[in-house]
Design a protein around this ligand. Structure first.
Ligand code: TRP
Length: 381
C-alpha cells in the first residue's frame, strides 16, 4: 500500500466552537491544509460521538452541526482542499468500530484518562453508557477509515490516538498489514495545547460557561476579557505579578504576535518585555486585559466576516457537508473492503474463495464416492 500524507480530525457538535478550539486545533488544521504537504485532508463533524453524551438532546446536536460547519468554513477550512463531512452518515465507520471492539478490553477502556475525567465531570461514574465508554474505539475507526497518518488535535486527544495506535498494532499483527499507524500532532505552543477557561479552570468548556466563542462580537469579547481571572496575588498595580498560570498571559502566549505589539501596544517590544514588566510590578491587569481584548478581536475579525458570508448561504453550507460526506464515504468504503479481506469476511467479493470451495466440496464428494466404491468392492469379495 502506497503511503500518502493524510490528516484526519474533527469535533463534536455540542455547541459553537470557542477560541480554545481555534488555538488548539483549528488554526493548525488550516495551516496544514494550506501547506501543500498533505495529499488528503479530512475534517469530521462527530455527531455520533456527540450523541454518546447527548443522546437525550438530539436537537442540540442538530443545531450544532451547522454551527460547527460555519465555524470551520469561517476559520479557513476550505472545502476544495479539505473534505468536511458528517460522521453519522458514514455507516462504514460503525462496521469498523465493531471489528475493533473485539481487540480492546473493558479494563483498557476504563483506564482512558480523558474518558475518566469526562465521566467525573458529567457525574456518569455509576451509570456509564456503553456507547460513551467505547467512543475511543469508534474514534479509532474514524482515524483509520481515512488512512490518516496524522491527527492534528489538542492534548486531550492523546489518549484517543494512543488507543487507536494499539488497535492498529493489534489488527495488523493479527490480520496482516492493513491499517495505517497514525500519530498525534499537538499545537506548537504549550499555551495552545489546552487554553484554560476565563475563570482559570483547566478547560474552556460550554458547560462551564467560561468560553469566548469564535462567533462572539467585539463587545462580547471586551466584556468577557474584563471578567477574566488573573494573578490573585496581584492586588495593587505595584505588586509583583505572576505570568505563569495566569490565564491572561496564557491567552497572550496563544494569540499575541510581535505585530500586535507594534500595532496596539508599542511601548512594549514583545510579550517577553510585557511579562517582565508585570513580574517586576507597576503594570495593572486592566491595561493588559485591554490589550488582550484587542488582540483577540483582531484575530476574530476576519473570521466573523467570513462567517457572516456563509450565514447568508446556509443551503450552500449544507451542500458542502453533503458533498464532503459522499466523498468521505467513498474513501471509507475502500478501507472497509481492505479490512473485510484481511479478516476474511469478504465472502462475496472473493472469486477465488468460491473456486476454492467448489474444489473442496468436489474433492470431498469424490472421496466419498471412492470410499463407497471401495466398501462395495470389499463386500463382494
Ligand atoms: N473526540 C473529538 C472531540 O471531542 C472529536 C473526534 C471524533 C475526533 N473523532 C475524531 C478528533 C477523530 C480527531 C480524530 O472533539
Amino acid at each position: 500500500m502506497e503511503q500518502k500524507k493524510i490528516f484526519m480530525t474533527g469535533d463534536r457538535p455540542t455547541g459553537k466552537l470557542h477560541i480554545g478550539h481555534y488555538v488548539g486545533a483549528l488554526r493548525r488544521r488550516v495551516e496544514l491544509q494550506n501547506s501543500g504537504l498533505y495529499d488528503e485532508c479530512y475534517v469530521m463533524i462527530a455527531d455520533t460521538q456527540a450523541l454518546t453524551d447527548y443522546y437525550d438532546n438530539p436537537d442540540r446536536i442538530r443545531e450544532s452541526v451547522i454551527e460547527v460547519a460555519l465555524d470551520y468554513l469561517s476559520c479557513g477550512v476550505d472545502p476544495s482542499r479539505s473534505t468536511i463531512f458528517v460522521q453519522s452518515r458514514i455507516p462504514e465507520l460503525f462496521e469498523l468500530t465493531c471489528y475493533y471492539l473485539d481487540l480492546v478490553t473493558l479494563s483498557r477502556l476504563e483506564r482512558n484518562p480523558t474518558v475518566k475525567s469526562e465521566m467525573r465531570q458529567k457525574g456518569m461514574e455509576d451509570s456509564i453508557p456503553v456507547g460513551f465508554l467505547c467512543y475511543p474505539v469508534s474514534q479509532a475507526a474514524d482515524i483509520t477509515a481515512f488512512d490518516a497518518d496524522t491527527v492534528p488535535a489538542g492534548e486531550d486527544q492523546a489518549p484517543m490516538v494512543e488507543q487507536c495506535q494499539e488497535i492498529v498494532h493489534k489488527f495488523n499483527s493479527l490480520y496482516g498489514e492493513t491499517l495505517v499507524m497514525p500519530h498525534l500532532l499537538l499545537p506548537e505552543n504549550d499555551s495552545c495545547k489546552r487554553l484554560p477557561g476565563l475563570d482559570g479552570k483547566a478547560k474552556m468548556s460550554k458547560s462551564l460557561n467560561n468560553c469566548i466563542y469564535l462567533s462572539d462580537d467585539e463587545q462580547t469579547v471586551n466584556k468577557k476579557v474584563m471578567t477574566m481571572f488573573t494573578d490573585p496575588m496581584h492586588l495593587n498595580i505595584n505588586d509583583k505579578g505572576h505570568t505563569k498560570d495566569n490565564p491572561v498571559f496564557i491567552y497572550l502566549d496563544a494569540f499575541a504576535t510581535d505585530d500586535h505589539f507594534r500595532r496596539f501596544y508599542s511601548q512594549y517590544e514583545n510579550l517577553e518585555a510585557l511579562k517582565r514588566k508585570y513580574e517586576d510590578g507597576g503594570l495593572g491587569d486592566v491595561e493588559v486585559k485591554r490589550f488582550l481584548a484587542r488582540v483577540i478581536n483582531d484575530v476574530l475579525e476576519p473570521i466573523r466576516q467570513k462567517r457572516h458570508e456563509y450565514e447568508n448561504d446556509i443551503p450552500g453550507v449544507y451542500r458542502i457537508l453533503e458533498e464532503g460526506t459522499e466523498k468521505a464515504r467513498a474513501k471509507a468504503m475502500a478501507t472497509i473492503h481492505r479490512v473485510r479481506r484481511a479478516i476474511k469476511i469478504n465472502y462475496f467479493e472473493d472469486r477465488k474463495l468460491i473456486e476454492k470451495q467448489v474444489k473442496r466440496f468436489k474433492k470431498q464428494h469424490q472421496d466419498e464416492e471412492n470410499l463407497k466404491a471401495y466398501l462395495a468392492k470389499q463386500k463382494k469379495a
